[in-house]
Design a protein around this ligand. Structure first.
Ligand code: GDP
Ligand code: MG
Length: 714
C-alpha cells in the first residue's frame, strides 16, 4: 500500500525549501499534462511508500491561472491521501485564505506553520492549540530553512496517514451565506457525495470549469442561477466577491482568536514616516522641502556658482576670444558672431550649470535616501482624491529632470486612458532646461526669490492635477483610477557615488545640448538678429532685423498675456526647439545672461520692459512652462501615443491650457495690483469661471467599478 501527499501553499511560503527537506535528493521533475507548469515529485525521507507531490504556489483555487487550474484538477481528480498545507505564519490571514479552500476538498490535512523564526522575531504569538481547534486539523510549527520541526511534521503526517482519516472543518460563513449555500447544496445533491460544500460554492460562483465534474441538468442550473442573481442584487456585488468577503470575515475572526500581535515596535523609519507621510503635514512638508531646495540651488549656493561662471564668461572669456580673433585679423562680423552669438548665447545657457548641478544633487539625495517614495505615497493619496492614478507621480518626478524619459515612464501605467492623460500633461513639470528660464526671470525681476521657482514647481503639479480632472470628463479619457501599490524602502544615508553620478549625467547632457542644438540655434539667431531682409547689418538695438520682423509679426498673440515684445515672442518660439533657447535668445538679442548682479541697470531695464515687468515676466514663465514642450519631448509624445490624432490633441491641449492660464493670471494680477480693468479683465474672469466649471462639472462617463483583484490579497 502506498500513499500520496500533496504539498500546497502560497508562493514564497517556503514550499521548495520544505519539499527539499522532506524528500532529500529523491526527486523527479516533470510537467503537468498539457501545460508548462513544473511538476515535482519525491519520496518522503525514510518512508519509501509515501510519495510527495509539490503543487505550484497559489493564492486560491479559483480558475484564473494555469497554476490554480493544475492544482485544483489534481486535488479533485486524483484525490491524494493527505495535504500538507504550508502556511507562512507572518502572513496568517492571507495564507489561510487558500487553506479555507483546501479544507473544502475534504482531504485529511496537516498544516505546517512556517517562518516561525520570523514570527518570533516580530514578537507575535500564534496559539497553535486554538488554531487546530478552529480548522479541525493538526498544526506543526516549523522553520523550513533550518529544518526545525520538520521531523515532527513527518511523524504527525505518517501517523495520521496510517490511522483512521480525520477530516478538517470548513469555515462557517454568515447565516445568510450558509442559507443560500444550503439551498444550492440541496439542489445539486440527490445522492450523497463528499464535496458538497466545494461544489455548492463553485455553483454559486458559476465556476463552469468546476461544474463540468458534476453534470447538472439545465433545470438545476436555472434554479441556481436564480439564487445567485437574487443574492447578487441584494448584496449589490458579484458572487465571487461575496464569497471572498465571507472567507475573509471568517478568517479575521479566527485570526482574532489565535494571533496575538506584539505592540508594534516603531523603527526609526516608521517614526519619520509618521510625520512625513502624515495626512495633514505630508504636503506642506514636501512644499517646504522643495522650497529649501530651490532656495539652495537658485537663490544662494547655486547662484553664487552661476554668478561666478557668468562673470568668468563675460570677463576674461569673451574679451580673450575677441582679442584672439582680432589678432588673427578675422572679419569683424565673424568676430561678432563668435563673441556675441556663440559665446554670448551658449554662455548664457552654460552659465546656469552650477545652479542645475546643485538642484540635481539635491533631488538625487532626496531620491536616494528614500524620501521621494514617501512623496509618491503622499501624492497618490491626493491624486486619488481627484480620480487620478498615483502612478502618474513617478513620471512627474522624472519630469523635473527631462520630459522625454518622463513621457516614456508613463509606460508603467497600465490603464491606457490614464497613460494618455499623463503623456499629455507630464511636460508641465519644470524640467532642467526650463530651470535657466525660471532663474533668469527670478533673478532679473524678483531679486532671485526662491518662491518663484517653488511656485512654478507646484504650478506644474497643480496644472497636471486640474488637467487630469478636466480631461477625465471627456468620454475618450474617462476611467477609474487603478490601485497603486508601492513599497516604501527604509530610509538610509544617500550614496555619494550615485548622487554624483546622477548629477554628472544631468550636467553632461545639459552641456551636450548647449554644445549642439543650442550652439546651432544661436548661430541662426545671431544672424537673424543682426541682419535685415536685404542682408545688411542692422544697428545696435536690432529693431530692423529679420528676427525683429518675424517676432513683430507674431507678437500680437502674446500682448494679452503681457509680453508682446518681439524679443519675448522670438524667445518663446525658439523655446520650442529647446527650452534653453529662451535664455540663449535673450542672451543674443539683449546680451543678457545669468549674472543679474553684474548686468548694467540699462540692460535690466531693457529686459524688464521687453517682458512686461514682474507681472508680465511671471506670465511669460507660466506660458513657457506649460505650453508645448521642446521638439525632443514632442517626439516622445508622438512615439508613446503612436497616433497623429492624439499627438495633436496633446499639443493642442498644452497650447490652449497654457494660454488660458497665462491670460487669466496676467489680467487678474494686473487688476489686483494696478487696478486696471478692461475688456481683457472681463474675458479673464469668464475664462476663469469656465475653468472652474470644467473642473467641477459632473462627469457623464463613470465606468463601472471593477473590483476584481480581491482574489489575491486584501
Ligand atoms: P516557495 O516559493 O514557496 O517555493 O518558497 P522558497 O522555498 O523558495 O522560500 C522562499 C524564501 O523563504 C527563501 O529565501 C527561503 O530561504 C526562505 N525561507 C523558507 N522557509 C523559511 C523559514 O522558515 N524562515 C525563514 N527566515 N526563511 C525561510
Ligand atoms: Mg519554489
Amino acid at each position: 500500500m502506498s500513499f500520496k501527499i500533496a504539498l500546497a501553499g502560497n508562493p514564497n511560503s517556503g514550499k521548495t525549501t520544505l519539499f527539499n527537506a522532506l524528500t532529500g535528493s529523491k526527486q523527479r521533475v516533470g510537467n503537468w499534462p498539457g501545460v508548462t507548469v513544473d511538476k515535482k515529485m519525491g519520496i518522503l525521507k525514510g518512508h519509501d511508500d509515501i510519495e510527495i507531490e509539490d503543487l505550484p504556489g497559489i493564492y486560491s483555487l479559483s480558475p484564473y491561472t494555469m497554476e490554480e487550474v493544475v492544482s485544483r484538477k489534481y486535488l479533485v481528480e486524483e484525490h491524494p491521501d493527505m495535504i500538507i498545507n504550508l502556511v507562512d505564519a507572518t502572513n496568517l490571514t492571507r495564507n489561510l485564505y487558500l487553506t479555507s479552500q483546501l479544507i473544502e476538498l475534504n482531504i485529511p490535512t496537516v498544516i505546517a506553520l512556517n517562518m516561525m523564526d520570523l514570527l518570533n522575531q516580530k514578537g507575535d504569538k500564534i496559539d497553535v492549540k486554538k488554531l487546530e481547534k478552529e480548522l479541525g486539523c493538526p498544526v506543526v510549527e516549523i522553520v523550513a530553512s533550518k529544518k526545525n520541526g520538520v521531523e515532527k511534521l513527518i511523524n504527525k503526517a505518517v501517523n495520521m496517514l496510517k490511522s483512521t482519516p480525520k477530516y478538517p472543518k470548513v469555515l462557517k460563513f454568515s447565516d445568510e451565506a450558509e442559507e443560500f449555500l444550503n439551498s444550492i447544496s440541496n439542489i445539486i445533491s440527490e445522492k450523497d457525495f463528499t464535496l458538497k460544500r466545494y461544489f455548492s460554492i463553485k455553483a454559486f460562483e458559476n465556476d463552469s470549469d468546476a461544474l463540468k465534474e458534476i453534470n447538472l441538468s439545465s433545470k438545476k442550473i436555472d434554479e441556481i442561477t436564480k439564487i445567485r442573481e437574487d443574492v447578487e442584487n441584494r448584496e449589490d456585488d458579484i458572487a465571487e466577491s461575496i464569497i471572498t468577503t465571507e472567507r475573509y470575515d471568517a478568517l479575521e475572526k479566527i485570526s482574532d482568536i489565535v494571533l496575538k500581535k506584539a505592540p508594534p515596535k516603531l523603527s526609526k523609519t516608521d517614526k519619520i514616516d509618521k510625520i512625513v507621510t502624515n495626512r495633514i503635514l505630508g504636503l506642506p512638508i514636501f512644499a517646504l522641502v522643495m522650497f529649501a531646495i530651490y532656495f539652495i540651488s537658485i537663490s544662494t549656493i547655486g547662484t553664487a556658482g552661476t554668478d561666478w561662471l557668468n562673470g568668468f564668461i563675460e570677463d576674461p572669456v569673451q574679451p580673450a576670444v575677441k582679442s584672439f580673433l582680432t589678432g588673427l585679423g578675422i572679419n569683424e562680423i565673424l568676430i561678432g558672431l563668435v563673441v556675441n552669438g556663440v559665446v554670448g548665447g551658449v554662455g548664457a545657457v552654460i552659465g546656469f550649470l552650477p545652479q542645475m548641478m546643485v538642484l540635481f544633487a539635491c533631488l538625487a539625495i532626496l531620491e536616494d535616501c528614500g524620501y521621494m517614495s514617501r512623496v509618491a505615497f503622499v501624492m497618490d493619496r491626493i491624486l486619488r482624491r481627484f480620480g487620478l492614478s498615483g502612478k502618474s507621480f513617478i513620471p512627474m518626478m522624472i519630469g523635473t529632470g527631462c520630459s522625454v524619459p518622463a513621457i516614456q515612464a508613463s509606460r508603467t501605467i497600465e490603464n491606457d486612458k490614464d497613460r494618455k492623460i499623463t503623456i499629455m500633461t507630464v511636460s508641465f513639470m519644470p524640467c532642467g532646461a526650463k530651470l535657466p528660464v525660471i532663474s533668469l526671470i527670478a533673478g532679473s525681476l524678483f531679486n532671485s526669490a526662491a518662491w518663484v521657482s517653488t511656485s512654478i514647481y507646484f504650478v506644474g503639479i497643480f496644472a497636471i492635477i486640474i488637467s487630469g480632472v478636466i480631461l477625465k470628463k471627456f468620454k475618450s479619457l474617462a476611467s477609474e483610477p487603478a490601485p497603486f501599490v508601492m513599497e516604501l524602502p527604509q530610509y538610509h544615508l544617500p550614496s555619494i557615488i550615485s548622487v554624483l553620478r546622477y548629477t554628472f549625467d544631468k550636467a553632461m547632457s545639459f552641456v551636450k545640448r548647449a554644445g549642439t542644438i543650442i550652439f546651432a540655434s544661436t548661430i541662426v539667431l545671431w544672424f537673424l538678429a543682426n541682419f535685415d531682409f536685404s542682408f545688411n547689418l542692422v544697428d545696435e538695438n536690432g529693431a530692423n532685423s529679420i528676427l525683429a520682423s518675424i517676432g513683430g509679426l507674431l507678437s500680437w498673440i502674446f500682448i494679452p498675456l503681457g509680453f508682446g515684445s518681439w524679443q519675448a515672442t522670438v524667445a518663446t518660439v525658439t523655446g520650442w526647439i529647446a527650452k534653453e533657447n529662451i535664455v540663449a535668445t535673450m542672451g543674443v538679442v539683449l546680451g543678457l545672461g545669468g549674472s543679474m548682479n553684474e548686468s548694467s541697470p540699462e540692460l535690466l531695464q531693457a529686459f524688464a520692459s521687453s517682458i512686461g515687468g514682474p507681472i508680465g515676466g511671471y506670465s511669460f514663465l507660466l506660458f513657457n512652462m506649460l505650453c508645448m514642450p521642446c521638439f525632443a519631448a514632442v517626439g516622445a509624445i508622438a512615439t508613446e501615443m503612436n497616433s497623429k490624432k492624439w499627438t495633436l490633441a496633446a499639443i493642442g491641449y498644452q497650447m490652449v491650457f497654457s494660454y488660458v492660464i497665462a491670460f487669466i493670471f496676467f489680467n487678474l494680477a494686473r487688476f489686483f495690483a494696478e487696478g486696471i480693468f478692461n475688456l481683457w479683465t472681463v474675458i479673464a474672469i469668464l475664462l476663469f469661471a469656465t475653468l472652474i466649471y470644467m473642473v467641477f462639472r459632473k462627469s457623464k462617463h463613470k465606468e463601472r467599478k471593477m473590483e476584481y483583484s480581491v482574489n489575491i490579497a486584501k
